[in-house]
Design a protein around this ligand. Structure first.
Ligand SMILES: *Cc1c(COP(=O)(O)O)cnc(C)c1O
Length: 347
């Protein structure tokens, strides 16, 4: 049987031989004493890339978001976010259990929202209400299909938050996808935010870790919560090295993932039973609807697996396919043909 073409998500990548060699030779030390030179270097690299004073390497993106919330808030405060945001659906409810926060979910075009929507969501200063304390923004937006926040819209939303004394946190798990697609510098996307995080394990292809960045003061507090949440490691340079390798070698190539996602979307749009708007595919995530195929997502995906192609379904009749550095253009053509074979057997 041919190799599996795994489009279920972009976290399935295998570290390359070069990345593994780089990891094996990384100098390490006790991170909690500030003595791991590789972790220190990764943190400096990310702080510099994002235009922040300091950064901290953490085991996961979820921990980055939760530590940021914990630093910016007190229990019972409220975080305003798009209704399809990652912490609302995919962080195991940690925003309630670890941070004791409320979510104020807002609607908006594919993961974005406007300054007017934000204004309407901000609570009056009255004991009746929780305090509006953080605005959370995802760029690109995961569950809405890899959408990029337009920079001018992002700025007006951030200005509205600042006018109201509300902290801003950026979930940049796929920030470099947005940067490569638009040419916007990561610093320009991050400049209005009090804290920002990036994932090393998505399109960048590292096996472990995310990095949270902000002011020196913010990071000092974050280190306390890193310890409390159990995220303070020891000789973590061995895994942080993969992050340095990924930032050095795997950012520019994200354009290939975007071209492959577009190619996939165009191929799928030729299949009558599939509902998709290829113009909505801005980065590496392709979401499409199979309601008209008469198949349930589980049936459809197990039929696809017979052709060695894996996709995923998050909700309802939508299917999600994500491109990454372990799939190439030929794999995309195989995937499109597999979908045609399942849905149009005589094609
Ligand atoms: C993957 C992801 C996270 C969390 O990352 P983990 O490392 O899986 O905890 C957070 N936000 C978004 C938008 C993500 O896609």
């Amino acid at each position: 049987m041919a190799k599996l073409i795994d489009l279920s998500t972009d976290t399935v990548t295998q570290p390359s031989q070069e990345m593994r060699r780089f990891m094996a030779s990384a100098p390490v030390g006790d991170l909690q004493k500030g003595e791991d030179p590789t972790v220190n270097k990764l943190e400096e690299m990310v702080a510099d890339l994002l235009g922040k004073e300091a950064a901290v390497y953490l085991p996961s993106g979820t921990m980055c978001n939760q530590i940021a919330f914990r630093v910016h808030t007190k229990p019972s405060d409220e975080v305003i976010m798009h209704e399809e945001s990652h912490p609302a659906h995919l962080e195991g409810g940690a925003i309630a259990s670890l941070c004791q926060l409320m979510i104020y979910p807002v609607k908006g075009d594919r993961g974005t929202f406007t300054a007017e929507t934000l204004r309407a969501a901000i609570r009056p200063n009255d004991v009746l209400y929780p305090r509006s304390r953080v605005v959370f923004i995802e760029n690109t937006h995961n569950l809405c299909g890899g959408t990029i926040w337009p920079l001018d819209q992002l700025k007006t939303v951030c200005e509205e938050a600042k006018r109201n004394g509300i902290a801003l946190h950026l979930d940049g798990s796929r920030l470099f996808n947005a940067c490569m697609a638009t040419g916007v510098n990561p610093r320009d996307y991050c400049s209005s935010f009090d804290s920002c995080m990036i994932a090393l394990t998505k399109g960048l292809g590292a096996p472990v870790g995310s990095v949270l960045a902000g002011s020196k003061e913010f990071i000092t507090e974050a280190l306390r919560w890193r310890r409390a949440f159990g995220g303070a490691m020891r000789q973590a340079g061995i895994i942080a090295a993969a992050g340095i390798y990924a930032l050095t070698h795997n950012i520019d190539r994200l354009c290939e993932d975007h071209a492959n996602a577009s190619r996939l979307a165009c191929g799928l749009s030729e299949i009558p039973a599939i509902r998709i708007d290829p113009s909505h595919v801005q980065t590496n995530i392709v979401v499409y609807d199979i309601a008209n195929t008469g198949l349930l997502p589980d049936e459809f995906m197990s039929r696809l697996m017979e052709f060695g192609v894996r996709m995923s379904s998050y909700r309802g009749t939508t299917v999600r396919a994500v491109t990454h550095l372990d799939v190439d253009r030929e794999d995309i053509d195989v995937a499109v043909n597999a979908v045609k074979s399942v849905l149009m057997p005589s094609h």
